[in-house]
Design a protein around this ligand. Structure first.
Ligand SMILES: [Zn+2]
Length: 354
């Protein structure tokens, strides 16, 4: 499991200057600090903060090790060294259906992650069909502590400034950002104190327990999961904006944006097909996913209109059905051949939104 997220992100080596030898995923074997442990740094004689370029330059004479894994890696390094291209920068690449590509597709990553077999103890808490994939993906990275927070960056770039840019008052770690930070805590409290009441917490570890709490009522849980993903995504984006020297957004505006976002919904275009006793939704990759901002009191006609327009469909010709799937927690208690939910009137639209 711990390799799942990493398996979606990879470094395509150019000159090896922008890639950490120990902490990036650049060799087919995975992130080397995880493969060899801290001990590996001593065994290999390669500095913790080394870039791939630096490490490979120091491989003058192949060391002999007792462990065959170390010898295998030494052999890999010699091959990689020959392939370094001094005039090309390293690039980030993301796993797509057709292999690793420089362009990150939230939709494709999301659908690859959703394939059967990818399960873990908190999956029921994080994945929900109505949640925007990019929100979920950033949250997943946060859960695995794989966002490039400053505490992780300084491990291989000791010159980096560790200070949190949102509060400028503490070093930036995953738990600090979500939501020990005074700035983040204000946003989270504004959104969730009223919803969670006595359960309210801003501690990351407690929130992860809460989203897996079987006793929590479904609507409340959905609200928590949605808000958590949207807030993690918004704070991470804001942090990156500030790092790129854009003007910080006033906190009130960030709060309002997040609050408004609660009325939005995502949908993907495709068709339901029956496979054996199961109905499966096959996404039309050309039309893909969209996000609708749906307000309270939206009618079935309006929602249909929005969908037709967004997907560029001709309403005279095309027939469109609106369907949704239920929360996983509900689905698990139902027969596998239960038909999907058709949305055909205003009352059902209300159910979908609320
Ligand atoms: Zn902070």
């Amino acid at each position: 499991m711990r390799e799942v997220v990493r398996s979606f992100h990879n470094k395509d080596l150019g000159n090896g200057r922008q890639t950490s030898f120990w902490f990036d995923n650049w060799l087919d074997r995975g992130v080397l600090v995880n493969v060899l442990g801290e001990r590996g740094m001593v065994d290999m004689g390669i500095n913790r903060s080394a870039t791939v370029e630096e490490a490979l330059q120091s491989v003058r004479r192949r060391r002999r090790h007792k462990a065959s894994l170390l010898n295998d890696i030494e052999a890999d390094l010699i091959l990689v060294k020959e392939k370094l291209r001094s005039e090309v920068s390293d690039t980030n690449i993301w796993r797509r259906k057709s292999g690793f590509k420089p362009k990150f597709s939230t939709y494709e990553t999301w659908s690859l992650l959703r394939s059967p077999g990818v399960v873990c103890d908190w999956s029921s808490g994080i994945w929900f069909t109505n949640v925007t994939p990019k929100f979920a993906f950033v949250t997943w990275l946060a859960v695995r502590d794989r966002l490039s927070t400053m505490d992780r960056i300084v491990k291989w770039d000791p010159g980096a400034v560790e200070m949190c840019v949102l509060c400028k008052n503490a070093s930036e770690t995953r738990s600090h950002l979500f939501f020990e930070c005074s700035y983040s805590a204000q946003v989270w409290e504004y959104l969730m104190k009223g919803v969670l009441c006595n359960d309210y917490t801003s501690a990351w570890s407690e929130l992860l327990i809460l989203i897996n709490d079987e006793r929590m009522e479904n609507k409340k849980k959905f609200c928590l999961i949605y808000a958590l993903q949207a807030t993690v995504h918004a704070l991470w984006r804001e942090r990156n904006r500030i790092k790129h020297e854009e003007n910080p957004m006033p906190i009130e505006i960030l709060m309002k944006l997040l609050e408004k976002g609660n009325g939005s919904d995502t949908c993907v275009y495709g068709e339901w097909v029956v496979k054996g006793s199961l109905r499966e939704f096959v996404v039309n990759n050309r039309k893909g996913g969209r996000m609708f901002l749906v307000s309270d009191g939206c009618t079935h006609g309006e929602l249909l209109e929005m969908a037709l327009e967004d997907y560029g469909l001709d309403k005279k010709i095309e027939k469109m059905v609106l369907t949704y799937s239920l929360l996983d927690v509900i689905l698990q208690q139902m027969a596998p051949d239960t038909p999907h939910m058709h949305v055909t009137n205003d009352r059902q639209v209300r159910n979908l939104i609320e």
